[in-house]
Design a protein around this ligand. Sequence first.
Ligand code: M6R
Length: 612
Amino acid sequence: MCGIVGYIGSRKIDTVLLKALSRLEYRGYDSAGLATVNQGTLSILKEPGKLTRLVMRVKENPVAGTLGIGHTRWATHGEPSERNAHPHSDCTNTVAIVHNGIIENHDTLKSHLIREGHKFTSDTDTEVLAHLIERFHVIQGCGLEESVRRTIGEIKGSYAFCVVSSREENVFIAARNGSPLVVGLGNGENFVASDAPAIVDFTRNAVFLEDYQMAVVSRDEVKITSNAGERIREKVVRIDWDAKDVSKEGFEHFMLKEIEEQPAVIDRLFRMRFENGGEPKLFDVLRFDVSQLKKVERVVIQACGTSWHAALTGKFFFESLSGIPAEVDVSSEFRYRKLIPQKKELLLSITQSGETIDTLMGLRHAKQSGFKALSICNVLGSTVTRESDAVIYTHAGPEIGVASTKAYTAQLGVLFALSLWWARERGSVNEGTYRRLADEFRELPDKMRKIISAKDRVLEIAEKYFQARDFLFLARGINYPNAHEGALKIKEIAYIHATGHPAGEMKHGPIALIDENMPVVAIMPESSVYEKMVSNIQEVKARSGKLIVVTTEGNTAIERLADDVIYIPETSEFLSPFLSVLPLQYLAYYVATLRGTDVDQPRNLAKSVTVE
Ligand code: M6R
């Protein structure tokens, strides 16, 4: 999704804007640009393609000044090209704007503006904003702040934007409705960005703008107001991670770094959610009485992509550990369903970013239907967390790779902690079982480290199969969601068609795909459904499929059947998904690198999907 940055202060303007933009590259984009104001002159530079092209352009055309905005664009209206790249300007080259979101009534507005004599130079919806501001600011002579307010009054749709004007060199304006914006507070300087990674090189004090709010940003002051102009007291939060968390730190890719951060993430979750020097703290935000949560009789879970896979595993935890029935839906379907809430039912939304539009709309839909809403989220202050009645953060640190890895196991960790909390409260597990499972959770990081140290085995397997046309992933029971997750990882970063199936479904169709060219990954650690899995993979073997088996250490018997085996340490069946997913993440990673794809920013994908 598009990335926005804005800066006012005494740093070198091109350095700060380009650095901030580079921190937003992970969101996915296909062009980039910046605008600066210097001694009454507005300069705009933009380039299609990667940020490195803009960096070259700036080198050839140095910019100066103390005020500027920048953008990475993920094309929606109009192809990725220089003319469609942001910033966009008005007819007089006085204002420049960078925007994320969609202006729904841009066609109507554009027709009016053209009749008024404005000349458009791009195919974007954003350009109408520049001409509307021009109408109020340049033609009618209003100040920039007032012009932005009037412009907001004319538009429909979602937006986060930053605007500069060559007539007002001491200020820039930011506004949001539906797309995230964070204001970074500095000393004699201030920042705005779509996401915190863009500001943590400079400051960790931040204000997250709410919908229908504007920020009037000067060097020494940030004034937050409603769109109507009422002053709002800002809530300053301290971002609890720093620049090294958004750097590769010697790893070739963020994805690899993030796979290998998983032991630390699970260790942190254990200390926060199980130990915490006494009574563990589970909820970070709880805007209703905890007794209502204890009495919940049904959980409805909604999420997208990898978070949906975590939700599917969560259903197993809730039903088998807590004794609470659960249903799971993908948010893009859930948000359009007729909901029939029962008493004592809870909505659970799971989202790494907290900005996924379908998940957000699903949350709003459920709240309107009377649900209480709990969310599991990784990003502090994100929209989903602000609109939920209760929040548990995953505390996985910033996840930069588009492919979700550590956020996934952190989601599983929180779901496990929540289900055990419920189980204990409702008496569905005794203290002995609680302790045993908590102790097994504590051992996960070391077991993950063991898998990480054996990653070369996965590389060897990747070298055998990286040219395959398709992959199948099979599993049963609590590991079945990982079959979907393994397939999604291969699809999104290696661009290989892959599907995940409950192994028992094979004979209902997918088995027809098996031949000697089809690699089949069977996820089958020691479990209550292990023997069933053996029967299913016999069927694959009988049809000459290539079998890659992920199983528990010591299960050497499987080598008679499998072409390749990846061993994971023994753990309780409930916790086996935490371990069985690591080889799948590595497999996708190695297959992708062998195929030479862009692992961290795969084509056509954005880290957080904020448009429908
Ligand atoms: O931020 P969210 O967890 O709401 O994102 C949901 C999906 O877009 C996300 O998990 C996506 O599927 C990942 N690219 C998967 O690796």
